[in-house]
Ligand binder design. Sequence first.
Ligand SMILES: *[C@@H]1O[C@H](CO)[C@@H](O)[C@H](O)[C@H]1NC(C)=O
Ligand SMILES: *[C@@H]1O[C@H](CO)[C@@H](O)[C@H](O)[C@H]1NC(C)=O
Ligand SMILES: *[C@@H]1O[C@H](CO)[C@@H](O)[C@H](O)[C@H]1NC(C)=O
Length: 157
Amino acid sequence: LAEFTNIVCTSMNKNHADFDYCLLKAVNRTYKYVSLKLSIYEKPITNIKVNFAVYKRANGYKPFLYNVTLDGCKFLKKPKSNNVIQYFYGFIKDVSNLNHSCPLNEDIIIEKLSLDIVNHRMTVILPVPAGDYLFQAYWTFNNKWTVLFKLSVQLKN
Ligand SMILES: *[C@@H]1O[C@H](CO)[C@@H](O)[C@H](O)[C@H]1NC(C)=O
Ligand SMILES: *[C@@H]1O[C@H](CO)[C@@H](O)[C@H](O)[C@H]1NC(C)=O
Ligand SMILES: *[C@@H]1O[C@H](CO)[C@@H](O)[C@H](O)[C@H]1NC(C)=O
């Protein structure tokens, strides 16, 4: 079973974009979710570079499986083009407004990414060993400004 352990949202260029909220909410023992809103002060977004890495804790976090840099606009245009990215995109696809091709003319929202979704993807869609995982993504927009998103998940047997 998965459990959220931490979430971090950092904007490196607060004059271009900043997080209105970035939270981990526990409604009760089983219904927990992550929500965030990134306000964009310079629209449209026509270019997105994403560096995405997964770490697993073993005496400090060690890289686990993936560390990829991708062209986000290219991916959004053809989401089926890359299976690995598609797997990770599956976490947010149905709960965010990152569901269409560029340009993006709106603030970026992830609304209620639930523990159920995370659990399903980590134990059913692609089962991974128990442990502490860290998903880290640097998003660079319009080649100019960057935000960092980190989500830690503990997976127990
Ligand atoms: C937890 O909250 C959700 C949403 O309000 C509800 O549907 C569910 O029944 C609750 N579960 C428990 C165990 O209280
Ligand atoms: C992941 O890739 C980025 C960009 O290429 C690099 O800066 C970073 O050091 C890499 N991290 C790991 C753990 O390999
Ligand atoms: C994208 O997500 C937004 C917000 O959830 C929704 O209103 C919109 O209909 C979705 N668009 C597509 C093309 O699925």
